[in-house]
Design a protein around this ligand. Structure first.
Ligand code: GUN
Length: 297
């Protein structure tokens, strides 16, 4: 039987509907979630991504402001802008669009964002909390992958999950999130020997290497759930890391590119912004003030 095509556009729209309701409730309590996006330079792809983030905010009622700065901004000026946003009470989430132009230290810049406002989930404090299994803002793309699996009814507990790619942004956090859901996880990368032997065991595969054709039909078993994080331009087409034509007929579930993981990334960014705004309220509740632990989410 052909695979179920996981519709990221539809699932993303459902979640944004739920978030819009949460935003209405927060506004009724006097909090309008706010996102600040910093765009340095004029990279065309980044400009489009930032515009889409702004549209996403408008759709669910989140306040957004875009700070556009020239590519020759100094590191000091950029850090000082982040410093201001860190203490701005109307801003609950800060996102610095990557990649930054040459000459700016991405690691230093990302570390300047207050972890509570780090809606990308890239700050080392948040990465550490994820590793330790603590409640935190999760990186948007791997979180989106988990939501796609969960909302599609893919069994995760006890499943053999294989993650292709070991990036800090997708591969490593995806592996941690799958492990938290009690999957048995293997991370593969460019030096992995006998890749196909490993992928053939998998019940779930998350492909995030940035290379088209990394996973082909002969490398999978029947019924596997395949989440394709890749976005690669081949000629005038966008393709993932997975060879859809050969994998889809054997898989149980598969995400298309485009229309799979892509729409989830912005949705989870919005979810993080709403969560960060809600957390500021919890900080000022009497229970939080007394140092009582907050309820598990
Ligand atoms: N550039 C491309 N994707 C992303 C993302 O998820 N976050 C940030 N900050 N920059 C990006």
């Amino acid at each position: 039987m052909a695979a179920v095509i996981i519709d990221g556009k539809k699932i993303g729209a459902e979640i944004r509907g739920e978030l819009a309701e949460k935003v209405r409730r927060l506004k009724a309590k006097g909090i309008t979630p706010g996102l600040a996006v910093i765009l340095v330079g004029d990279d065309p792809a980044s400009t489009v991504y930032v515009r889409n983030k702004e549209r996403g905010c408008q759709e669910i009622g989140v306040y957004s402001e875009i700070h556009r700065r020239p590519a020759n901004i100094s590191q000091g000026e950029l850090l000082s802008l982040i410093g201001k946003l860190n203490v701005d009470r109307n801003i609950h989430g800060i996102l610095v669009q990557l990649p930054l132009p040459k000459g700016l230290d991405e690691e230093l810049v990302m570390k300047r964002i207050r972890p509570e406002k780090d809606v990308d989930g890239f700050h080392p404090v948040n990465a550490g909390k994820l590793l330790a299994g603590q409640d935190t803002l999760l990186p948007c793309t791997p979180h989106g992958c988990m939501v796609l699996l969960e909302r599609s009814g893919v069994p995760i507990a006890g499943a053999e999950a294989v993650v292709l790619g070991r990036s800090n942004i997708v591969g490593k956090p995806a592996a941690l999130l799958l492990m938290q859901r009690n999957a048995t996880v293997t991370i593969c990368h460019s030096k992995t020997a006998n890749l196909a032997e490993i992928t053939r065991r998998a019940d779930i595969i998350v492909a995030a290497v940035g290379r088209p054709g990394t996973l082909t039909g002969d490398m999978i078993k029947e019924g596997v759930a395949v989440i394709d994080v890749g976005i690669n331009r081949v000629g005038d087409r966008l393709v993932g890391d997975v060879d859809f034509e050969s994998v889809a007929p054997k898989a149980g579930w598969i995400t298309p590119v485009p229309g799979g993981v892509g729409p989830m990334t912005i949705t989870m960014l919005l979810a993080n912004t709403v969560q960060a705004a809600g957390d500021t309220m919890e900080e000022t509740t009497p229970a939080a003030a007394c140092g009582q632990p907050r309820a598990a989410r």
